[in-house]
Design a protein around this ligand. Structure first.
Ligand SMILES: C[S@@+](CC[C@H](N)C(=O)[O-])C[C@H]1O[C@@H](n2cnc3c(N)ncnc32)[C@H](O)[C@@H]1O
Length: 318
C-alpha cells in the first residue's frame, strides 16, 4: 500500500506518466542512506486463505502477493510479449534498447511483495523503476549516462543514481530484495547485422542514438569479450553483499552472433561463471518475440539465425 506521498498510479497510463518529482536523482558520490525513503510500505499479511477473482492467496506465501493461479501461470519457461508503442513525449524513445515496463512488472510481481526494494544496475530510462512503481515496490536504478538517467527520473518517483554501477559496493543502499536488469549485450549495438535494412540503421536514419554513449566507462563500449564478461561478473560479485539472503536476481541477456558467423554464447557463459562466483542458478525463462519481422540474413547459401528471443536468467543468492 502506498504511504500516500501523493504519487499518481502509473498503471492505467503506462509510460504516459511524467513525474514532477526532482529529488529522486543523485550523483553516485553524493548518495547517502537517508536519500532512499521508502515510497511504498508492505501490506498486512492475511492469517487465512483469501479467495479473490484471480484465485486463492495463501497466507504462507513467502515470495509474492500472487494467488496460486497467478503463481503457476508465471512459471511457464517461455512467454510471448509484444511491447506497447514507446512514448514520444517522455524522451524514452531516444534510448536504443529500452525495455517494456510490462515485461519488468511480470518479474517484479513474482519475485517480490509490495513495499520491497528492487535494484536495476543498468537502468537506462528507468523502465524497471516505472514498473516497480506500478507494482507498489520501491526501486533504485543506477545509470552511467546522465542523459538516460534524467529522462528516467522524470518517468518515476523511484530513485536513480548517476554513475558506474561497478562501484555499487561503495553505496549505502537499503537491503535489496530483488534485482532485474538488461545489461548492455556486450558491444552488440556497435555491430549492425548484415542486410541493407535493420532497426539500428533505421534509428540512425531517424536521427536517434544507435549506441548508449561514447563514455569510456560504458560497458557497451568494451571491445574484448572476456573483458566484458569479467566486468559484468565483478559487478554481480559486489551485488551479492547488497542482497537479502535467498533473494532472486534476473539478468536479461542474449547469445551473440557477430560478423563472419562467430558465435559468442554470452548468456550461457555468464550463467556458468555466476555459479563459479557463488550464485545459485535456478532456471532460464525465454522472452519470445513472435511479433518481430524476419530479416533476410544468409539466404540463399548460409544459415544465419533471426535471434528473436532473450534469456531471462533466474539466479538466487544462497
Ligand atoms: C540495455 S540498456 C538498459 C535499458 C533499460 N532497461 C531501459 O528500459 O531503458 C543498458 C544501459 O546500461 C547503461 N550502462 C552502460 N555501462 C554502464 C555502467 N558502467 N554503469 C551503469 N550503467 C551503464 C547504458 O547507458 C544503458 O542505458
Amino acid at each position: 500500500m502506498s504511504n500516500g506521498t501523493g504519487g499518481k498510479n502509473n498503471s492505467d497510463k503506462g509510460t504516459q506518466y511524467i513525474s514532477n518529482k526532482t529529488d529522486n536523482i543523485v550523483n553516485m558520490n553524493e548518495v547517502t542512506r537517508s536519500f532512499f525513503k521508502p515510497i511504498f510500505m508492505p501490506i498486512e499479511e492475511p492469517s487465512e486463505k483469501v479467495v479473490t477473482e484471480h484465485g486463492t492467496y495463501h497466507p504462507r506465501n513467502a515470495l509474492n502477493n500472487l494467488t496460486g493461479k497467478e503463481w503457476i501461470h508465471f512459471t511457464r519457461s517461455w512467454f510471448n510479449l509484444k511491447p506497447k508503442k514507446r512514448n514520444k513525449k517522455t524522451g524514452e524513445i531516444l534510448h536504443p534498447a529500452k525495455y517494456p515496463e510490462e515485461l519488468m512488472a511480470r518479474f517484479i510481481r513474482f519475485f517480490t511483495k509490495k513495499g520491497m526494494w528492487v535494484l536495476d544496475p543498468f537502468c537506462g530510462t528507468a523502465s524497471t523503476l516505472v514498473a516497480a512503481e506500478e507494482c507498489e515496490r520501491n526501486a533504485i536504478g543506477i545509470e552511467l549516462s546522465e542523459k538516460w538517467a534524467r529522462i528516467g527520473a522524470k518517468r518515476t518517483q523511484n530513485y536513480i543514481i548517476i554513475g558506474d554501477s561497478r562501484n555499487l559496493d561503495s553505496l549505502d543502499l537499503p537491503q535489496i530484495d530483488f534485482s532485474i536488469t538488461s545489461p548492455p549485450y556486450w558491444d552488440m549495438l556497435h555491430h549492425s547485422r548484415g542486410g541493407s535494412k535493420s532497426t539500428q540503421k533505421d534509428r540512425i536514419k531517424a536521427g536517434f542514438d544507435a549506441t548508449f554513449s561514447k563514455h569510456e566507462l560504458d560497458m557497451g563500449n568494451i571491445k574484448e569479450y572476456n573483458a566484458f564478461l569479467n566486468e559484468l561478473l565483478g559487478l554481480y560479485n559486489k551485488l551479492m553483499a547488497k542482497m537479502r539472503q535467498g533473494a532472486y536476481i534476473v539478468v536479461i541477456l542474449q547469445n551473440i552472433q557477430k560478423e563472419k558467423r562467430q558465435f559468442y554464447p554470452l548468456a550461457w557463459d555468464f550463467a556458468l561463471k555466476m555459479r563459479e562466483i557463488g550464485w545459485d542458478l535456478r532456471q532460464e525463462m525465454l522472452w519470445c518475440q513472435s511479433d518481430k519481422k524476419l530479416g533476410i540474413w544468409g539466404y540463399p547459401n548460409t544459415y544465419i539465425s533471426n535471434v528473436h528471443h532473450h534469456y531471462f536468467l533466474v539466479i538466487q543468492k544462497p
